[in-house]
Design a protein around this ligand. Structure first.
Ligand SMILES: [Zn+2]
Length: 335
């Protein structure tokens, strides 16, 4: 259980990894897209993880149907809105939703800039209806190569005032960070902060590179950091945050035994680490489930759980002022 006197925050949540199964089904009918099954129930295993997958790439394949059914910008607006609604229904007070416009655009050749605009529009509709506070992070999908990532970055920068950060996601093993140094320099120059998926499919060297060469102040997953004490010391000293996602790490095969997840090592080392979902609809979980896992399977105590929630506030890409407001949110609730 999480501490309900502190805000519930999800900093690592993929908007395009959280498209509702029902929405995928309905959009496929509406857009005449052939699915591999004729009944909704039979289709579910194609878009949800049932146990764990062989590796990160097998896991990522399950996300594909979600974007394959998006054949117009209106469909993209819809998933933007529904993501805010889902976060609200999951009792989340603040979420940073991340998305890869190229990944969303590619099946039906949607204009990438239009996709970025449509996500902003959908999320704004959600913001008007629900009190959950939302910020957006743009993703470069490394899996599609250096050139496509340039196009993706340019599209994201057309809406840079509606984004707080840039992320690098996808096939970390075959597309290492050094290919994307110029992309991240450009993003930092444009005023974006940086978080990078690293130390998930590759080793600690990938985390070092993300921090030193890409300018990351937060690392997505960072599982491999636990094998490098020097790296953890460096992260502590430089306040580099780790966005941990328990179920995701198990389902991608990154962590074989969840009860031995390195989040405990990160906490013991005093690192700025927090708990997140990653791709909730595909993983069939919500943030509350991850806190329950942390209590029951990982045996974190109340003080450690509260620490994770405090860390999430500290690590967020909010201003000092906004962080203060968020901290006070729950105390105001009770007055
Ligand atoms: Zn992720």
């Amino acid at each position: 259980m999480y501490n309900n006197k502190l805000p519930l925050i999800d900093l690592h949540r993929h908007l395009d990894g959280n498209i509702r199964p029902k929405t995928i089904w309905q959009l496929a009918q509406k857009n005449n897209i052939q699915l591999p099954e004729t009944s909704f129930e039979d289709f579910l295993p194609h878009i949800k993880i049932t146990n764990n997958e062989a590796d990160l790439l097998a896991f990522l394949k399950k996300l594909d149907w979600g974007v394959k059914v998006l054949s117009s910008l209106d469909d993209v607006v819809r998933i933007g809105f529904e993501n805010v609604e889902d976060a609200y229904q999951a009792k989340i007070n603040y979420a940073e939703l991340r998305f890869s416009p190229y990944y969303i655009a590619m099946t039906h050749n949607l204009p990438i800039e239009g996709v970025v605009e449509a996500i902003v529009e959908g999320v704004n509709l959600g913001r008007k209806k629900y009190p959950t506070q939302i910020n957006l992070i743009g993703i470069l999908s490394r899996t599609f190569g250096v050139e496509n990532c340039h196009a993706e970055l340019n599209a994201l920068l057309t809406q840079k005032n509606n984004l707080v950060a840039l992320d690098l996601a996808g096939d970390e093993y075959n597309y290492p960070g050094h290919l994307f140094e110029s992309h991240f320099k450009k993003a930092r120059d444009a005023g974006l902060q940086v978080t990078v998926h690293a130390g998930e499919a590759a080793g600690p060297e990938s985390v070092w590179h993300a921090i030193e060469k890409l300018g990351a102040t937060r690392i997505g997953h960072g599982v491999a950091s636990a094998r490098d004490q020097k790296l953890m010391d460096f992260m502590l000293k430089n306040e580099i945050g780790i966005e941990s996602c328990l179920t995701s790490n198990y389902q991608t095969g990154t962590v074989k035994d969840l009860s031995k997840h390195p989040i405990k090592t990160f906490i013991d080392n005093g690192l700025n680490v927090c708990l997140n979902t990653d791709d909730p609809a595909v993983e069939n979980i919500e943030l509350e489930d991850e806190f329950n896992l942390a209590c029951t399977l990982l045996k974190l105590n109340e003080q450690q759980i509260s620490q994770l929630q405090h860390n999430a506030i500290n690590m967020s890409f909010l201003s000092v002022n906004e962080k203060q407001k968020l901290t006070q949110l729950k105390s105001n609730d009770q007055n």
